[in-house]
Design a binder for this molecule. Structure first.
Ligand code: LRY
Length: 227
């Protein structure tokens, strides 16, 4: 698929993020690949995956894969695909799109436009910029990102914390002409519809679909139990 066709394939659809952190019972490529197959068979138009799982899932589906590589940091949230070498690795594993953090907290943010250009010309894949604020989204779009995700809204010092998905950020960036993807804390199907109605190009859902541990915690809490 050429890059425009890859981006077009995601238009108006549901992207399922099949990830599990270290130590989670599902943190095993075979398990996460099976989760990805469930997403594929359930109507996902794309998948978002960690670098460790891209090659195996690539073998099992032709759905567009957005690859990420998290850099874990002690006591702080992980950075998402902070280096060009991460992008090379993701493309080589079979990612159709690479997701790269473009927040003010990202060490490479000043060179973001150069990185996007390099990914386009040397790797031939589109870039999804993961941002937390409107300013970061606009800057990433101006720098040439093909998609801008609200992924890090609520996770950086410069973005407001929230319980639910940042639909206001979606609406603002869509009004600015940005191809914006809602990602983060989507827990109900109605929020997918609301995001698309407010201008989202696509919606990413993770835990609410792919994490039975988190779902069990939610239901068990209703019975008064905690893990
Ligand atoms: C903040 C961060 O590092 N987010 C990560 C990005 O890939 C993942 O841990 C999330 O699961 C993903 O964004 C989907 O979000 P949710 O699981 O809330 O639907």
């Amino acid at each position: 698929m050429d890059t425009a066709a890859t981006v077009k394939a995601l238009d108006g659809g549901l992207i399922v993020s099949c990830q599990a952190p270290p130590g989670h019972p599902l943190r095993d490529t075979a398990h996460l690949a099976a989760v990805a197959e469930c997403a594929r068979d359930g109507g996902a138009t794309g998948l978002r995956l960690d670098a460790d799982d891209v090659a195996e899932v690539r073998r099992r589906t032709v759905l567009p894969i957005i690859g990420i590589r998290k850099h874990v940091r002690v006591g702080r949230r992980p950075l998402i695909t902070p280096t060009y070498e991460d992008c090379v690795l993701l493309a080589a594993a079979g990612s159709d799109i690479v997701a790269v953090e473009a927040t003010a907290e990202s060490p490479g943010v000043d060179a973001f436009a150069d990185r996007v250009a390099r990914v386009h010309t040397e790797l031939g894949v589109p870039v999804m910029a993961d941002v937390a604020t409107r300013d970061e989204g606009l800057a990433a779009w101006d720098a040439g990102a093909d998609l801008v995700g609200t992924t890090l809204s609520g996770y950086t010092a410069g973005s407001a914390g929230a319980d639910g998905p940042d639909l206001d950020l979606v609406e603002r960036l869509a009004a600015d002409g940005v191809r914006v993807v809602l990602e983060g804390r989507v827990s109900e199907p109605a929020q997918v519809r609301a995001a698309l109605d407010r201008g989202a190009y696509a919606v990413v859902v993770g835990k609410a679909i792919t994490d039975p541990l988190a779902t069990t915690v939610r239901f068990a809490a209703a019975s008064g139990r905690r893990p």
